[in-house]
Design a protein around this ligand. Structure first.
Ligand SMILES: [Zn+2]
Length: 93
């Protein structure tokens, strides 16, 4: 339906460019909490990730996500992110 002007974003892990709608957005909110942004419209510093487990793992291991969000992510946050990531990947595109 909407074929015009698809915003393109870059995955922080593999650096592949893809349509924003196919990527997952992770956002750091003003209160410094970090999580997936299901709507894609939350205010805050955002980073994008493919829906591939390999990209999630790479982002975690390389600390690229922390660099993109300019904050440190503790273990509890990673556990939350991993759980949400698996949920969203299983629910399909
Ligand atoms: Zn990727």
């Amino acid at each position: 339906m909407n074929t015009s002007k698809t915003p393109i974003r870059t995955c922080v892990a593999c650096r592949q460019k893809a349509a924003k709608s196919t990527l997952l957005r992770i956002v750091r909110l003003a209160d410094r909490s970090v999580g997936f942004d299901g709507s894609g419209n939350l205010p805050g510093r955002g980073a994008y990730l493919c829906r591939h487990t390999s990209c999630f793992t790479a982002a975690q291991n390389s600390r690229r996500l922390q660099r993109a969000l300019r904050c440190d992510l503790d273990e509890a946050t990673w556990i939350d992110l991993a759980r949400d990531f698996n949920m969203m990947c299983q629910s399909g595109t």
